[in-house]
Write a protein that binds this ligand. Structure first.
Ligand code: SF4
Ligand code: SF4
Length: 180
C-alpha cells in the first residue's frame, strides 16, 4: 500500500480497570460538568427576541441609499454587479422622465435591482465598487425562509424607506409610452 506520510502512532489498547468498566465515575463526572454549566453565564441567547451586538465592520443586508433630498442614489452603472464575485446582483437600467427628479438623482436609474441572497457571500465588494455611495451593507441579518425565491431581494426590500408606488414597472411604462 502507498504511504503518504512517515508519521505514525502506535495505539495500545489498555485493559480497563474495574472502576472504568462500571462507567459510573465517568457518568458522574459528566453530570458534574453539566451541573457546573447551570451556574455559569450562558453563552447562548434567545434569538430572535434577543440580538447580539455586532462589530462595526460587520457586513449584513444591503441597503440602497437615498440622497439628502430622498432621491435614489443608484444610477444603474452596473459596477457593483461587475465587482460581485458571486454574480449575485442583476439590474435593469431606465431613463428618468421629467417630473421624476425627486425620485432618482441621476438621469439613469435602476428600474429593477435584485440581489440573490443565497449567492451573496457578504464580502462588501459591491459597496467598495459603488461610485455613488448608493449601496451599503448594514448590520441586519437575512431572515430565514423556506422559499428559495424569497431570497431574491428586489428594490422593495433594498431601497431605504421604499414606498410601493415609487416604482413604475417597465411593462407599465412601455405600455404608457406606446399610448396603449
Ligand atoms: S456583498 Fe459581495 S457577494 Fe454580496 S452582492 Fe455584494 S459583492 Fe456580491
Ligand atoms: S449600486 Fe452603485 S455601483 Fe451598483 S449600479 Fe448603483 S450606482 Fe452603480
Amino acid at each position: 500500500m502507498q504511504s503518504f506520510s512517515s508519521k505514525k502512532k502506535v495505539i495500545e489498547q489498555k485493559k480497563m480497570t474495574l472502576l472504568e468498566r462500571l462507567y459510573l465515575p465517568a457518568i458522574f463526572q459528566g453530570l458534574g460538568i453539566t451541573l457546573k454549566h447551570f451556574f455559569k453565564k450562558k453563552t447562548t441567547i434567545n434569538y430572535p427576541e434577543q440580538k447580539r451586538s455586532v462589530a462595526a465592520a460587520f457586513r449584513g443586508l444591503h441597503v440602497l441609499k437615498r440622497d439628502e433630498k430622498g432621491a435614489e442614489r443608484c444610477t444603474a452603472c452596473g459596477l457593483c454587479a461587475v465587482a460581485c464575485p458571486a454574480e449575485a446582483i442583476t439590474m435593469e437600467a431606465g431613463e428618468r422622465r421629467a417630473g421624476e427628479e425627486h425620485l432618482y438623482r441621476e438621469e439613469k436609474y435602476a428600474i429593477k435591482y435584485e440581489i440573490n441572497m443565497l449567492r451573496c457571500i457578504f464580502c462588501g465588494f459591491c459597496e467598495d465598487a459603488c461610485p455613488k455611495d448608493a449601496i451599503y451593507l448594514e448590520t441586519t441579518f437575512a431572515p430565514a425562509n423556506y422559499d428559495r425565491n424569497d431570497f431574491i431581494y428586489g428594490k422593495d426590500r433594498l431601497v431605504e424607506g421604499f414606498k410601493r408606488d415609487e416604482i413604475v414597472p417597465p411593462v407599465v411604462r412601455t405600455l404608457e409610452e406606446a399610448n396603449l
